[in-house]
Design a protein around this ligand. Structure first.
Ligand code: KG4
Ligand code: ZN
Length: 344
């Protein structure tokens, strides 16, 4: 089977062709980062318009890269949510239109499911069951993944998502948008342990997260400094380092707790924050102590991309799932509302 995947839920236009035998044949990604930079965040209407501008040329490009033609395709998968409504509608409309024109099925894909299963694109791939730590700009959750389409949310954030905390803290430190990668880069030059920032929710039992207090603690630290003059570069780097340490400690401790609670041995990282190097290193070390194993997609498959959508869409199509023929766009869509893959 061969599936075209389309991702337009936020500010990346991602397109890919995935083949059940040969794997990922090609994937193209266009990031709108420059477009939104001046605004310090994603402007939904601009995002939708830019997806319109880039999507068809990227689909052409991916066909050329994959040396595939429409006749080889068995379906068109698209991200149907959660995400920005206008942006989702662009991908959904193009996908449903192409599928109708080509006489093949379209299949709506849940963005978080696509992230959860992205590690299966790598070699070695994790075997089911596993615990997934899904940390992106909009979500932070631990999920019990007992099989494809079988998800139980074990705990999630009560306020900000981990990526959101990275982005907001970066803004406080005057870093350019998008903040997460810039803050992580700055942290590499910081002194470890200089500021004692809170590790939210660590003392409480359970698998919930909370990151807004951490962001406030950074704000207070920055204000204290600024009362005595502008923040120096090395102070900024030290704050970035202490912030990263606090967030990584929290994510690691809760992930280990989830592994112990489920009795599983594999932990899979998904979502944009999964690209963070310290998080990867610390999780690997912590899981080694439990005798478990960490799996992560390559950084380019951690952040939003078309490959994960083509892959999840192919699994859903193979299990008999189809769109109704109408564009599905769900800005809010809980992971545990999904049907297991076996039922068509
Ligand atoms: O999964 P993703 O690409 O989009 C969403 O579905 O949200 O995640 C984007 C988030 C942003 O908040 C971004 O700042 C964060 O992932 N991010 C990082 C890193 N790379 C991306 N956060 C920390 N360290 C990184 N290296
Ligand atoms: Zn995402």
């Amino acid at each position: 089977m061969q599936v075209l995947g389309i991702e337009t839920s936020c500010d990346e236009t991602g397109v890919a062709v995935f083949d059940s035998e040969r794997g990922l044949l090609a994937h193209e990604l266009y990031s709108q980062v420059e477009l939104h930079r001046d605004y310090g965040g994603v402007v939904p209407e601009l995002a939708s318009r830019d997806h319109i501008r880039k999507l068809l040329p990227l689909i052409d490009q991916v066909f050329r890269d994959a040396q595939t033609t429409t006749g080889d395709l068995d379906g068109v998968a698209y991200t149907a949510g959660p995400g920005l409504i206008g942006a989702l509608l662009v991908g959904g409309t193009v996908a449903e239109g192409l599928a109708l024109g080509w006489g093949i099925p379209a299949v709506p894909v849940h963005h978080m499911e696509a992230h959860l299963l992205a590690a299966l694109l790598e070699d070695p791939a994790p075997a089911f069951p596993f615990v997934a730590l899904l940390v992106s700009g909009g979500h932070s959750m631990l999920v019990d993944v007992s099989g494809p389409g079988e998800y139980r949310v074990l705990g999630q954030t009560l306020d900000d998502a981990a990526g959101e905390a990275f982005d907001k803290t970066a803004k406080l430190l005057g870093l350019p948008y998008p903040g997460g990668p810039a803050l992580a880069e700055l942290a590499t030059r910081g002194k470890p342990g200089r500021f004692n920032l809170p590790r939210p929710m660590l003392k409480k039992p359970g698998l919930e997260f909370s990151f807004s207090g951490l962001k406030t603690a950074v704000m207070l630290t920055v204000r204290e400094f600024e009362a005595n003059g502008p923040l120096g570069e090395s102070d900024k780097a030290d704050i970035a380092k202490s912030f990263e340490e606090a967030i990584v400690d929290t994510l690691v401790a809760k992930s280990v707790r989830a592994i112990e609670a489920t009795g599983y041995s594999s932990l899979v990282i998904a979502g944009g924050v999964g690209a963070n190097r310290s998080l990867r290193t610390e999780l690997r070390a912590a899981l080694k102590k439990t005798g478990g194993e960490v799996y992560y997609p390559s950084p380019e498959l951690c952040t939003d991309n078309g490959a994960m959508v083509a892959h999840a869409g192919l699994l859903r199509l193979a299990a008999g799932h189809r769109s109704t023929g109408e564009v599905l766009a769900r800005p809010r869509w809980e992971l545990d509302e999904l049907q297991p893959m076996q039922t068509s």
